[in-house]
Ligand binder design. Structure first.
Ligand code: TEU
Length: 545
């Protein structure tokens, strides 16, 4: 297996709007990030993935870009960016920017020009049709086609109506993208996380879709289009191969069997992907707000299937939440009775599975989902669109509120809780979104002051992982795959043999003798004990011969 710095690193995702506000306007900013770089270095992360900071009307909080060459003024200036990048590099860390090029904002001048005339040179930067071509639905509700009065045609938007999809069939569009990538890479950026990159190639016959299973539509029609690999290989040829950088694709819609088409080291496309196997595990046929149950064995099997699919040819990210999904402690742990224990256990999972771990901001202190009392407290366009649809269809708004409490993206977008002062010390002003009221109990200051906190557990485990390369390059061998209480696996190579057992339950667990015979406990998320019985939400790393 090829050794690479991006396989040995740990990524920390910053959602800048909610990370740290330095000037009291209630919105996180680049200077706030600069203030906290020592905090991140001290935690022990290596790469910062920064969600979009470009000029945007913020219909989708920056994933709707109106100028790829400008920093959103609320986040700061280009000088602030240059200083932040220099300070990141000074600390031996790296920066990934978020590349959002499946679509732009409708306020981008390309779209504004395109809609003016069918003869505009920008017209086929987007996908305009004279008639409604099919029944496609946006991931954010409603039709995926909007009739534009000025343009006199419909245009495609797989996301909000303010996020028109770019037409990658047009070589001019691709050259525009390569140019903006070079602009940021020439500034010294260390790579990109590529937003919905499997969506850039469209099925040009635009067939109708069967929405009885939305996830299937995403996989078979919205993603993995006929030219996606051609486009990515051209991107590699034109841009990526000329820099020592890393690329990670947001792997929505990719099936395990398709993974190495994107990340196989012989493919010259991407270095790795965030796959969505476990992220859609509780999404029913109706999508994310159609919540279904799942078993631990289903959850485990997804990781095993993906590890098998990738083999030694490709590479994956390992993550359990990001800015689009609920807080992992609330979704996969127990944020009521075992918040600290399950937070540490989940940290052990992402830091010992095979792949580049990604920690989402606030996980290191065990931040949880929020339960705002009113839908009016929410800011995410995905939630607000659902709110609008429920209202227009006369559906039960309280039912929607309960669903949003579980699945809403604002669960992970409440401000980072730095201390127990107002708004968790995130801002001296009024935050753009309310803080989680539990910031008095859950905050960085308190967590760093508590020696056995989640924060210290992350710091210890991050340091420990650096000294045990088996957790980077070793094989992954699942054990007890049908067990509905524990997630257990071995990691092995010439440098070492380890067994990880994670008790995903509120009950104690007695490992089978043969599982731990002769194994030596190296680490636990509970105070050290030779007791063979795992406590509720106890995770252990054993050395095995
Ligand atoms: O997300 C794409 C994507 O698939 C997610 O929208 C996810 O399926 C959904 O949010 C689950 O609710 C990327 C960005 O990460 C997301 O923040 C953007 O809203 C979206 O693309 C459009 O750019």
């Amino acid at each position: 297996m090829q050794k690479n710095w991006w396989k040995e690193s740990v990524i920390y995702q910053i959602y800048p709007r909610s990370f740290k506000d330095s000037n009291g306007d209630g919105v996180g900013d680049l200077r706030g990030i600069i203030e906290q770089l020592d905090y991140l270095k001290d935690l022990g992360v290596d790469i910062i993935w920064l969600s979009p900071i470009y000029q945007s009307p913020n219909d989708d909080n920056g994933y709707d870009i109106s100028d790829y060459y400008q920093v959103l003024p609320a986040f700061g200036t280009m000088d602030d960016f240059d200083e932040m990048l220099a300070e990141i590099h000074k600390r031996g860390m790296r920066l990934l920017m978020d590349l959002v090029v499946n679509h732009t904002s409708d306020e981008h001048h390309w779209f504004q020009e395109a809609r003016k005339s069918k003869d505009s040179p920008y017209r086929d930067y987007y996908i305009f049709k004279p008639e409604l071509p099919n029944n496609w639905q946006s991931l954010f509700g409603g039709s995926a086609w909007k009739y534009d009065e000025v343009a006199g045609e419909y245009f495609l938007h797989l996301f909000t109506t303010k996020q028109p999809d770019l037409n990658w069939e047009n070589p001019k569009v691709r050259q525009e993208v390569y140019q903006l990538m070079r602009f940021w890479l020439d500034k010294g950026v260390d790579g990109f996380r590529m937003d919905v990159i499997p969506m850039i190639s469209k099925y040009l016959d635009f067939p109708d879709a069967d929405f009885s299973d939305f996830n299937k539509v995403i996989e078979t029609l919205y993603c993995n289009g006929p030219r996606v690999h051609e486009f990515l290989q051209e991107m590699q040829e034109e841009v990526l191969q000329h820099y020592d950088i890393m690329t990670v694709g947001e792997g929505v819609g990719i099936r395990p069997e398709q993974a190495n088409l994107y990340v196989g080291n012989d493919r010259k496309e991407l270095n790795m992907i965030f796959h969505f196997g476990h992220m859609f595990i509780d999404h029913g046929p109706g999508g994310k707000f159609d919540i279904v149950d799942f078993k631990l064995s289903d959850f485990k099997r997804i990781f095993t299937d993906w590890d098998k699919a990738i083999g030694d040819l490709g590479w994956l990210n390992i993550y359990l939440d990001n800015h689009d999904f609920p807080r992992m402690i609330s979704r996969f742990g127990n944020d009521q009775n075992y918040r600290e224990e399950s937070g540490k256990l989940l940290a052990m999972l992402i830091l010992t599975l095979r792949g580049t771990p990604c920690i989402y901001q606030g996980s290191e202190i065990g931040m949880t989902n929020v339960k705002f009392d009113s839908l009016d407290d929410y800011r995410d366009v995905e939630t607000l669109n659902a709110y609008r649809d429920y209202q227009s269809q006369g559906k039960d708004l309280n039912e929607l509120l309960q669903i949003v409490h579980v699945q809403g993206r604002d669960n992970v977008r409440t401000p980072i809780q730095w201390d127990n002062s107002a708004h968790g010390g995130f801002t001296k002003g009024e935050p753009w979104i309310k803080s989680n009221p539990n910031y008095q109990e859950i905050n960085v200051e308190k967590s760093k002051a508590k020696p056995d906190s989640i924060w210290h557990f992350y710091q210890d485990l991050l340091a420990w992982r650096k000294k045990h390369s088996t957790f980077v390059y070793g094989t992954y061998i699942p054990v007890e795959e049908d067990n509905e209480q524990i997630f257990a696996y071995e990691r092995q190579d010439a440098q070492g043999s380890y067994l990880v057992i994670l008790n995903f339950s509120d009950q104690a667990y007695t490992p089978l003798g043969q599982l731990t015979n002769g194994a030596k406990v190296l680490m636990s998320n509970y105070p050290f004990s030779e007791d063979p019985i795992l406590k509720p939400w106890e995770g252990r790393i054993y050395q095995i011969d």
